[in-house]
Design a protein around this ligand. Sequence first.
Ligand code: ZN
Length: 255
Amino acid sequence: MTAVFPYPGFLPTFESLDEERLHRKQRLAASFRLFGKFGFDEGVAGHITVRDPEHLDRFWVNPFGMNFKHIRVSDLICVDHTGEVVEGDAMVNRAAFAIHSQVHAARPDVIAAAHSHSLHGKAWSSLGRLLDPITQDACGFFEDHALFDDFTGVVLDIEEGKRIGAALGDTKAVILRNHGLLTVGETVDAAVWSFITMERSCQAQLLASAAGDPVLIDAEMAKLTASQVGSHVSGYLSFQPLYEKIVREQPDLLD
Ligand SMILES: [Zn+2]
């Protein structure tokens, strides 16, 4: 999707791979705190990953079983393409590896991927259909999300992860039927913003559909709006107030 955004060139640049890695890990730790704050945690389910800037077949992820609300930069673990933890001393969630390793492999442009069993996302996923362009925010997903129209239990097999990667195609989000949402981005910021706004778009459509028949935005206008609010750069921008707020509120996340 072509980005039409009024502030080109404001994405951060880095002097070194170490600096870029630290930046990605800080955004990742903050994202877990935000997922916790938004109530997207459910037991040990859910994972957000970010590709390592140097070893492109490795990604950073949350340690299995740790509450999102407690995660600090120093708690993050790094996993290689075989599922081995190469940095950190915690276990990786097998489903996180099965899904995210295949999404990162299928999409070299994807730096980060987010998934959790958030309430409205999983409720919407049970309908087995795409979101409609019923609000300005929902237009961000117009012709830019997909449906994984299958459910085969907890995803522990990388073959299932491959099928999810194939369903995602070149879009930025996939609804996993009877399971929940998965979003991707060219930055942690964009992937996580997409998750948050997609979860709320599911909530909005559930609410509107329960009350009546929502008016659809016509395709031409939905496409235009998607170019305004749906790009990765726009997602990056939308995430910044959330990042600023969570770091000010919970500065220990940077430890
Ligand atoms: Zn899941």
